[in-house]
Design a binder for this molecule. Structure first.
Ligand SMILES: Cc1cc2nc3c(=O)[nH]c(=O)nc-3n(C[C@H](O)[C@H](O)[C@H](O)COP(=O)(O)O)c2cc1C
Length: 318
């Protein structure tokens, strides 16, 4: 078949139904403050994911790290959905100016039966949510931890489970410090207030429209994971015991580049889908890592070989 839209092998144009599946999958991806900093463009044979600028994010995300990680999360959903449709995706990343994620251009070459893993993750796309409440059921098992770590698909030095009282206390101190700094930062709080919205009638976040105020965490890690002017500042030892009780995974990258941020975002979403498929509840936080001194302290406290980019917290709701 002749090359069309960069398409070099026997595949048909996207059908209307396929377009809907891809759009819905991308629209269900998590993003910093639910800003959805991407645009999906579906051409006849191509799916393109473009980065999108977002106003009122400079205080929270001056380096664009969270935007790039969100872009990576959306890319994971897109690729899972393409495979669910029985197509084999090929990703080409077009060069972008410094600091912007590269536009991902996806062609498909042939019909391919989706794997069990793809189908499991695809089914989790619409069920995945941030859960910032307290956990209720038993601890996450070692086998579940192994599954989640494997799902990240990162190098051995790029994931770290916070383990034991000493690590939990050290991290609690850093997070409590970050909470105090961000709580007192008027400019930061003004910007964040723009993204905290009233819940709509369904109780679901509206894609791209900020975080419903009732989805915020009131205690423990989720409360220090998104500190608003109304957040009650935590007691460090109580926070440490909650961190020890929850299962908290740190995702690290070898560099602080946009390429790495996108890659970590892709990994984060693969882990999130796998956890959702396995019946675990999840919340993610990057907010404290916005402070350079916190990134540095967490790196030292946990003896990380890479740069910490995100915390993921897992547990059961019943
Ligand atoms: C890169 C990235 C960073 C995030 N950082 C935080 C955070 O620091 N604190 C937090 O509570 N939620 C954080 N989130 C979760 C988003 O707020 C959430 O995905 C978004 O509001 C949509 O809600 P949902 O996950 O329930 O679909 C982050 C998500 C992503 C993808």
């Amino acid at each position: 078949m002749a090359d069309r839209d960069g398409q070099g092998d026997a595949a048909s144009p996207w059908t209307e139904q396929e377009r809907e599946v891809l759009s819905e999958a991308v629209g269900a991806a998590p993003s910093v403050h639910n800003t959805q900093p991407w645009t999906l463009v579906l051409r006849e044979y191509l799916a393109e994911l473009h980065p999108r600028q977002v106003d009122l994010l400079d205080e929270h995300d001056p380096r664009g790290r969270d935007r790039a990680m969100s872009f990576g999360a959306a890319l994971t959903n897109l690729l899972v959905a393409v495979r669910h449709l029985g197509r084999l995706p090929h990703v080409e990343r077009a060069a972008e100016p410094d600091g912007e994620p590269a536009t991902a251009k996806i062609t498909t070459t042939r019909q391919a039966t989706p794997s069990v893993v793809d189908e499991r993750r695809f089914a989790a796309i619409e069920r995945r949510r941030s859960y910032r409440g307290a956990f209720a059921g038993g601890p996450v098992t070692d086998a579940e931890r192994d599954t989640l770590r494997t799902a990240a698909g990162l190098g051995p030095d790029e994931t770290h489970w916070i383990t034991g009282g000493a690590e939990a206390l050290a991290v609690a101190r850093s997070l409590a410090y970050a909470a105090r700094v961000l709580h007192a930062d008027a400019e930061y709080q003004r910007e964040l207030a723009h993204w905290i919205v009233r819940q709509d009638a369904t109780g679901e976040p509206t894609p791209g429209a900020g975080i419903p105020e009732n989805a915020l965490g009131r205690q423990g890690l989720p409360a220090v994971g998104l500190v608003t002017e109304h957040t009650k500042l935590p007691d460090e030892s109580l926070l440490a015991s909650r961190i020890e009780h929850d299962s908290v995974l740190v995702l690290c990258g070898g560099t602080d580049s946009t390429v790495d941020h996108v890659r970590i975002g892709e990994a984060l979403q693969s882990v999130w889908l796998e956890a959702t498929a396995g019946g675990l509840a999840v919340s993610v936080m990057t907010q404290p890592l916005r402070l350079e001194e916190v990134r540095k302290a967490v790196t030292e406290q946990l003896g990380l070989a890479g740069i910490p980019h995100a915390f993921m917290r897992f547990g059961r709701t019943a």
